[in-house]
Design a protein. Structure first.
Ligand code: TRP
Ligand code: SF4
Length: 331
């Protein structure tokens, strides 16, 4: 039997190349070697956006379209939405009973985010309990592998602790999931900082080839290379960082030498990079156009995927009730 994998993303709207390289590209690979489940964590989006819920629905749709355009295939994996499988909430309540407060208070993302997101009140019960809900999301599918980026590792560690505690208190219900270490290069954005939607420096999967080239063309380079005749240093150039991820070895070597010897101009260097970006992202953009036109089909994927996920979630919940000895009185 194939091992099971599960992962999710909070809906944040259109995904960029950093999201693609950081997670999505690995998910696409995983769908053929695992019994794979991928979901939109729309309840988690409420933890920081409860005052402004209006965009969440569109963000879910945009993200799903990106997933499917990138190659997640509903014939080869289960794609679903958290809020369509309310069993997650039931398991969350049960886990909340056995999770010591201290485990949540020492979660590094709890303090980081409260410090970084200064414009919102995050002193809520739901925000503190974010990782408990995440543990329920994960364990209800009993996956062996949870592919996530490094930023999520503390949450998955807490998931393992909750699983161990449950298994110890009642009986062995949950396997302890691993986080497979996958190659996930960090991408610089157009200004050289980490690519991020909130920095306004991102290239999106939904950008047309022309929009993408427009962004790449104006990307910052080695600031010391002012004129075409100035030699440059690829080691300090974000364009070259993208070459390292997307271009072949020969091109990369040629660009580095040409830059150091002032043999090529930055525009040529960017054109060569863009040709490699075209290989991956032009087909994704084309598929995206087609998928985005058919809203009903996207919704149908989510409904059918959620139905399949719910069957698994219900079976686990039955086991959990049984292990805890809480068959409803009267049955
Ligand atoms: N916390 C994840 C994020 O910020 C989303 C998430 C929620 C998740 N539940 C999960 C990821 C379960 C993996 C497994 O994107
Ligand atoms: Fe960067 Fe390429 Fe220009 Fe060198 S030639 S500074 S690597 S864009």
């Amino acid at each position: 039997m194939r091992k099971r994998t599960l992962s999710g993303m909070q809906p944040s709207g259109r995904l960029h190349l950093g999201n693609y390289m950081g997670a999505l590209a690995n998910w696409v690979k995983f769908q053929d070697s695992y019994d794979a489940y991928f979901f939109v964590a729309d309840w988690h989006a409420l933890s920081t956006n409860y005052e402004n819920t209006a965009p969440i629905r569109d963000y879910c749709r945009e993200m799903l379209v990106d997933w499917m355009a990138a190659g997640l295939d509903p014939e080869r994996c289960v794609i679903f939405q958290q809020s369509r499988v309310p069993e997650h909430a039931v398991l969350h309540v049960l886990f909340s009973m056995i999770t010591p407060l201290a485990w949540l208070e020492r979660n590094p993302t709890y303090k980081d985010q409260q410090a970084n997101i200064a414009d919102r009140d995050l002193t809520t019960y739901g925000f503190l309990g974010y990782p408990v809900l995440q543990a329920a999301d994960i364990l209800i599918y009993k996956p062996q592998a949870v592919p996530v980026g490094v930023d999520q590792l503390p949450h998955v560690e807490l998931t393992r602790e909750i699983a161990r505690r449950f298994n110890h208190l009642y009986r062995e219900v949950f396997p302890i999931p691993e986080t497979p270490l996958t190659e996930a290069p960090k991408l610089p954005g157009l200004d050289g900082r980490k690519m991020s939607k909130s920095y306004g420096n991102a290239v999106f999967l939904s950008d047309s080839p022309a929009q993408r080239w427009d962004k790449v063309r104006t990307m910052v380079t080695d600031p010391a290379r002012v004129r075409r005749t100035d030699p440059g240093n690829p080691d300090v150039c974000p364009v070259f960082d993208l070459h390292k991820v997307f271009s072949d070895r020969a091109t990369r070597d040629e660009m580095a030498a040409g830059c150091r010897g002032a043999g090529i101009g930055c525009i040529d260097c960017k054109k060569r990079l863009n040709a490699f970006l075209d290989i991956t992202f032009t087909p994704i953009h084309e598929r995206r156009q087609a998928i985005a036109r058919d809203n009903a089909a996207v919704e149908a994927v989510l409904i059918e995927g959620s139905r399949r996920a719910q069957q698994v979630a219900r079976a686990t919940l039955d086991e959990v009730y049984d292990a805890m000895g809480i068959v409803p009185f009267g049955n």
